[in-house]
Ligand binder design. Structure first.
Ligand code: HEC
Ligand code: HEC
Length: 215
């Protein structure tokens, strides 16, 4: 028996009600491929809290690499939250999602007022690193004009809690998708106080936009 328009409408409403009630039947027809990502990362690419990273104005090559790493399991420090999303987004769909987030306006920096010691330590690590601990300047790879050209991603205006978690994960080896283990080595050389300081300082820094391609 063919479905009448009225029956189709009530079926659609039923499906929406079911998914709203927490059922696993989610109506995705007509949704843009990035709308699902927006549920955790914010549709404007600005994360609702420090558990999630901002995606707005992130380097597109970095976004692509991380999605690939989540998909293959090379990066697995996400409590299983990204695997499903990463397996569904491939090829042209992934390219459209990456274009969408990379071209959004940059996220706003955290307005938190920082103690002067944190500002001093954060600024020094970014610009010059720490000679005694052999920590290289973060800007050398994460700045707007990195040399050499690693796909390192932008860190400005990222939530402090997220940055701190990533540095701790590199330190413990829980996150191990960095080329040549470079971030694991760097994070292990940093003190816990330095990790906290640089994370809080970076969160307070205005994002400088996507700029030229970093690849
Ligand atoms: C259920 C929540 C959830 C959904 C849905 C989700 N993500 Fe994520 N995503 C996370 C979490 C949590 C992390 C941080 C993992 C960690 O702690 O390292 C993350 C990390 C990422 C990162 C790494 C960012 C960085 O700075 O390294 C990218 C890129 C990303 N997500 C893209 C996406 C895209 C694209 C989608 C949609 C296809 C998506 N996410 C859907 C929860 C989610
Ligand atoms: C020699 C180059 C290099 C230097 C110097 C460097 N990084 Fe990185 N960093 C990387 C690369 C490459 C990645 C991306 C790893 C990957 O492929 O996922 C990264 C990733 C990160 C991430 C994860 C970003 C995210 O969005 O998940 C954080 C946080 C980070 N670095 C902080 C720092 C800090 C703080 C410093 C300075 C103390 C620093 N890095 C110095 C190369 C570098």
């Amino acid at each position: 028996m063919p479905l009448t328009a009225a029956a189709a409408t009530s079926l659609a409403l039923l499906l929406i009600a079911y998914s709203a009630a927490g059922g696993d039947m989610v109506v995705t027809a007509g949704m843009k491929p990035w709308e699902g990502c927006g549920e955790c990362h914010g549709l404007a690419g600005v994360a609702p809290n420090g558990h999630f990273p901002n995606l707005a104005a992130q380097d597109p090559f970095y976004l692509e690499k991380e999605m690939e790493d989540f998909r293959t399991g090379l990066r697995r420090n996400d409590h299983g939250q990204m695997g499903h999303a990463a397996r569904r987004a491939r090829g042209k769909t992934l390219a459209a999602i990456v274009r969408y987030f990379a071209s959004l306006p940059p996220p706003p920096p955290s307005p938190d007022k920082l103690p002067r010691t944190i500002v001093r330590e954060g600024r020094a690590l970014l610009a010059t690193g720490d000679r005694i601990r052999k920590v290289p300047a973060c800007e050398g790879c994460h700045g707007p004009d990195p040399t050499p050209r690693f796909i390192a991603g932008r860190l400005d205006a990222q939530p402090a809690a997220y940055l701190e978690k990533e540095l701790e994960d590199f330190r413990s080896g829980r996150r191990a998708n960095d080329p040549r283990r470079m971030m694991q080595i760097i994070a292990r050389r940093m003190s816990r106080a330095q990790i906290t300081a640089v994370s809080r300082y970076l969160a307070s820094q205005p994002h400088r936009g996507t700029g030229p391609s970093l690849r």
